[in-house]
Design a protein around this ligand. Structure first.
Ligand SMILES: Cc1cc2nc3c(=O)[nH]c(=O)nc-3n(C[C@H](O)[C@H](O)[C@H](O)COP(=O)(O)OP(=O)(O)OC[C@H]3O[C@@H](n4cnc5c(N)ncnc54)[C@H](O)[C@@H]3O)c2cc1C
Length: 238
């Protein structure tokens, strides 16, 4: 897997501050008729109070390569992203690369299966006149793809809450871990907010996963005892 941050929002008139949070700071300062601070106090305050829309002013674009089509199916469910990905209509997948999720002997078995599928794909095209777009029906979810993906900081943070959870699939978790590493080079604050949902509120970590809890943080029910006057609200939500 390759994950490269290739672009992020910058000012038209460059300043010495390359951190895109500087732009969030400026945009957010208008809300309070206040002046920008050097340490992004206003932007951080907005994040802490849930005023997340200010984070929509800055974008990040990544180039992602050698991930599976299974990962593509998952990431493309998020509606606040822009993507351009390798087409299986216009590109031939002869001798396709794939992501092998297994190890040891199981990995060898999987390699053989992929080789058989590659043969089937090429048979369809060579002997049955199949176009790429029809022959691809035989290709596996493991088939590698590549894409460019752009999203604003809010979408990136909120997707990370879901995809950095230990319940998310390993491959997509790894991709978000790499994205976080890349973002940390240019905007450490946004990277620090890219955490699993159990840590979205750092003062009060709790797991929203119920029985799927990994044990990293307690379940909400383990730390919160609903008081009697809230009983109706609690019952309505369960
Ligand atoms: C561990 C895990 C397992 C999953 N398993 C399945 C599965 O088995 N089957 C399956 O189909 N999907 C599955 N998904 C995908 C999941 O249902 C979502 O489609 C995906 O995570 C995108 O998240 P989202 O819809 O919250 O947010 P996004 O599309 O990223 O949007 C962000 C937020 O914007 C708001 N929003 C966006 N669009 C609307 C809208 N139309 N109306 C109202 N509010 C909106 C919501 O608040 C939403 O949370 C799984 C996801 C995870 C993380």
């Amino acid at each position: 897997m390759t994950v490269d941050l290739i672009a992020y929002t910058q000012r038209v008139v460059p300043t010495s501050d390359k951190n895109p949070l500087d732009i969030v700071e400026e945009a957010a300062s208008i809300c309070y008729n206040s002046s920008m601070t050097d340490d992004y106090k206003i932007a951080k305050g907005c994040k802490a109070s849930g005023h997340y829309s200010v984070l929509e002013h800055i974008n990040f674009t990544f180039y992602v390569k050698d991930v599976s089509r299974a990962l593509l199916a998952q990431i493309s469910r998020h509606r606040h992203i822009s993507m351009s990905c390798r087409s299986q209509r216009y590109c031939s997948e002869d001798g396709f690369k794939y992501v092998n999720p297994f190890t040891g002997e199981d990995a060898d078995v999987f390699d053989n299966m992929m080789s058989d599928i590659d043969t089937d794909y090429q048979i369809l095209k060579k002997y049955h006149n199949a176009k790429n777009e029809d022959a691809r029906a035989v290709l596996p979810n493991a088939c590698c793809t590549e894409f460019y993906i752009t999203m604003n900081a809010r979408a990136l943070i909120e997707m990370s809450h879901l995809r950095l959870c230990s319940r998310a699939q390993k491959e997509i978790r790894e991709m978000f871990t790499e994205m976080k590493r890349e973002v940390a080079q240019v905007c450490p604050e946004v990277a620090s907010w890219m955490v699993p949902s159990c840590e979205a509120n750092p003062k009060y970590p709790f797991c929203p996963e119920g029985r799927g809890c990994c044990g990293r943080h307690p379940l909400l029910a383990d730390v919160y005892k609903p008081i009697e006057k809230n009983k109706e609200v609690v019952d309505g939500n369960t």
